[in-house]
Design a protein around this ligand. Sequence first.
Ligand code: ATP
Ligand code: MG
Length: 244
Amino acid sequence: MSTHDTTTAAVSPDDLRMLQHELRAPLNAVLGFSQLIKATQRAHLPERVLHWIEQIEFAGQHMLHVIEALGAAAERRHDAAAHEPMPTSDLLRAVQGAIRMMRLAAAQAGAQVSLCAEVGRPILVMGSETTHRQVLINLLSNAIKYSPRGERVSIEIAGQRSGHAQVVIRDRGIGMSAEQMARLFTPYERLGREASGASGNGLGLYLTKQLVESVGGTLAVESQPGGGTSVTVLVPMAVKSAAA
Ligand SMILES: Nc1ncnc2c1ncn2[C@@H]1O[C@H](COP(=O)(O)OP(=O)(O)OP(=O)(O)O)[C@@H](O)[C@H]1O
Ligand SMILES: [Mg+2]
């Protein structure tokens, strides 16, 4: 995939436009009602409930951005001449947003998610915050899902590794054999985990790899059966324009 498309070639632009159209109205209702509750009930609700409503709003906004990105990708494919510059974003913010979105799933699995950032300031990289959040949500979801209850999941983020920012998602879960790893990134491939109780479609990593590559990045997986898994994502740092 040569441009920053975030979709698969198998879906037609018309399908995407229709999906976008059908999802936008219910999603706007979710967001609208969350905002209404905050605006009118703030004084009557406990702080933690307001925080949950903010989480609903944040997740809804993320979905809305994903839907907009799908639509934009469909338009770009339709009009190949339209060539917008790739957006840039702060990778640290995307990591923090992904952790925020996965907090409930982590709590339900008893997983402790820890973030270790080499720098506390923004890490400006190629690609939108939504794209990076999608990638990190998928990888965090796997790390949590394929680890025993109560295990630790860590995210380490570092800027500047020869022009790239690096994020490593590490778990101490069930891991994968070399034979299983050879089939990774194949759509609908669950590596024999269909009956394990962990839900999924075998699409997350396939899409994640496409998303990372669409911004010029790479994704590498290391794993041992029973010894955990680490996924390293390298994303090109944003190039400052000469005029800036
Ligand atoms: N961190 C991990 N530890 C162990 N196995 C993993 C890990 N991540 C992925 N896998 C294996 O790779 C398979 C494919 O992962 P992928 O994320 O594409 O799909 P999924 O998690 O099964 O479903 P989906 O992401 O579509 O909800 C998984 O079914 C699982 O067997
Ligand atoms: Mg997955």
